[in-house]
Design a protein around this ligand. Sequence first.
Ligand code: NAG
Ligand code: NAG
Ligand code: NAG
Ligand code: NAG
Ligand code: NAG
Length: 744
Amino acid sequence: MAKSVFEMFLGLSFVLMLSMSLSPGATDEDRKVYIAYLGSLPERDYSPSSHHFSMLQAVIKQSSVANYLIRSYKRSFNGFAAKLTNEEANKLASMKEVVSIFPNKVYHLQTTRSWDFLGLKDSVKRNPTVESDVIIGVIDSGIWPESESFSDKGFGPAPKKWKGSCSGGKNFTCNNKLIGARFYNSEEPREESARDGDGHGTHTASTAAGNNVEDASFFGLAQGTARGGVPSARIAAYKVCKQNGCASADILAAFDDAIADGVDLITISVGSTTRSDFYQDSIAIGAFHAAEKGILTVQSAGNEGRLGKQGVTSVVPWILTVAASSIDRRFFSKVVLGNGKTLNGLSINSFDLKKTKFPLVYGKEIANLGCNEEITARVCETGCLNSTLVKEKIVLCDQFRGNNEARDAGAAGSILKTEIDDVSFVLPLAASALSTDNYESVKSYLNSTKRPVAEILRSETIEDSAAPVVAPFSSRGPNFMEPDIMKPDLSAPGVDILAAFSPIGSPSGNPADKRQVKYSILSGTSMSCPHAAAVAAYVKTFHPEWSPSAIQSALMTTAFPMDQSTNPDGELAYGSGHVNPVKATDPGLVYEVVKGDYIKFLCSIGYDSEKLRRISGDNSTCSKTSENILPRDLNYPSLTAQILPDKSFTVGFHRTVTNVGIASSTYKAKVSSNSKLEVKVDPEVLSFKALKEKKSFNVTVTGDALSLFSMVSASLEWSDGTHSVKSPIVIHSYKSFRLEGSTL
Ligand SMILES: *[C@@H]1O[C@H](CO)[C@@H](O)[C@H](O)[C@H]1NC(C)=O
Ligand SMILES: *[C@@H]1O[C@H](CO)[C@@H](O)[C@H](O)[C@H]1NC(C)=O
Ligand SMILES: *[C@@H]1O[C@H](CO)[C@@H](O)[C@H](O)[C@H]1NC(C)=O
Ligand SMILES: *[C@@H]1O[C@H](CO)[C@@H](O)[C@H](O)[C@H]1NC(C)=O
Ligand SMILES: *[C@@H]1O[C@H](CO)[C@@H](O)[C@H](O)[C@H]1NC(C)=O
């Protein structure tokens, strides 16, 4: 599993797919795990399991189908996972009760200071009693229940609404802080516990809701009080990720359980690296049913990086999608050469070389037999460094990922070349990653003397005044599936975050790195996701009755604007901006979306009435009039439209805001736009006389032709003098990937 963005840079980013054939029997070899999604649960007189069973019996020509049914989803929505042949899956797909069928797919897992940086100080106003009734569901790699971050000192019994259980397996005990745990095994190898062998799930859970733990650090680095955003909240852990990834059948099962267990919010730092339409995306399906039950799902945007790459894969409007940005603390590690020259590199280096200088060697000069010096040894490819020759030396590797081979071959340290200049990672040996210029100067020093030596110092931290800057790895928009819905929604801290860890997990991701730590430093949108989830929970403690969309809106419209000059990808990188916890509790106005709006949205993207009804569980239809509804008319807190390139354009948006601020208030529209867009708001003034009162307005955006793959933006702000309710306006000409007329 790609536990953090770190492994992406290591090139370890698990191409390993799950072994799909589960049973040794010959006839079972062609079987794979498929998920049959049947939509909402019918209201009454329905036995999901026996229905699933009879559906299977109808397609599988075997006397006993029991072995093939892996799981029934029946607590919060309807469906099942089963081992099927291709042919059986096709037959099932043609049944009228099936909304969609899709193969089990591998998803990937994609601090102390971070909360202060966000302005959510320890001393901030809180509602501890209400907060202790909030339950955060963490769908991840499990949890380390004995971590101090999850101790239940001072916690009363679980909230009354809790209907879950502690089913964490053998030797797994919950408490009044960690109130529930479950694990799932749709694929081999089975793991019989919710215990986190990796560290990722422990890290995300503690970032969201860990206790205040004083004097936490990674070997003295990033020392301080580790705490979650809502330290009084409860945690329920759902383990869906194992060594080889997170199976969609398990993710769906976790949603089915979490919703029925009674969580208030779901945080899921898991994503796919390939696109799928959302009726085949278990996170989108699970989150849809969660939203229906009043539960907001917060998901990481993904670690696919810069524009032009894959793009953000968390695409549906009922999920809050979170990009990752830096905080004002950065780690660097100095390299001191024998000639006295000192170079700053990046890494989180806890190793102390005790002021010893070690001989320097270049990977290419100590190649193992069978390894090409120029191709593999130069970059310290796995198995390519001669351990006799690298021993007690510092080795230069032309690629960052060479650090693993340097460690495994037994080097004293490693100097790595990197093109990433703003993220530091925990590495399995004393190492520092240098920019190309600095790296080249080490190489010329190496060549300039007979006995080149160097030393790598323990990491130091510096303050970074440029923060927050969206991390280079954070997936960019636009939204290639629903191009009129802006994604990511906002940004939160996800670079070099200290949080609780699993003592049996490897802090560097290298299995040979046996350092046992209680706290570790990770980077990724995986880390920013629980930050935003905690802010959503924090808002909920002030407004327990708010819908998921109201909370989502509050976070988005109050986000800090980010600096375009340090964030050249603009809204495509950070969406509405950087999450602002304290402001989010008092947004003034919210853009609410009710189920009926999502239903219209589904019609607008091509659902027919039959599929729609299976999902909605009611008599909804996609009528002729609803065919005229555009996806961008969903009452979303950001305004985005995809337009055709090379043509001037006029696009309209309809929006409705609900007053949640001051009963009698008047909001004026303010538009910030560069010369490229003309924005008209009608009406320009909204006067409210009561709370919960709704007012509608229209926005018309006009502009000259854009070339293909470009974006222009503006912003709309409603202000009553106290509240500022901001929405980005993004017009882009990126192509979308949704196939024209694709069958649902
Ligand atoms: C239970 O788990 C803890 C933490 O890993 C471990 O220290 C202990 O030995 C385990 N006990 C048993 C009986 O396996
Ligand atoms: C490693 O280097 C030593 C010393 O030069 C040499 O004897 C040995 O054969 C090399 N090992 C491999 C695997 O290339
Ligand atoms: C050192 O110099 C030689 C000759 O100029 C060159 O071939 C070699 O690539 C250089 N090595 C490094 C590490 O720059
Ligand atoms: C759907 O419509 C039928 C007939 O109009 C009605 O009897 C039924 O109660 C409706 N079901 C729901 C869930 O609204
Ligand atoms: C917005 O535009 C629609 C037509 O596109 C119109 O029916 C509606 O009255 C307008 N709303 C406002 C508040 O101007």
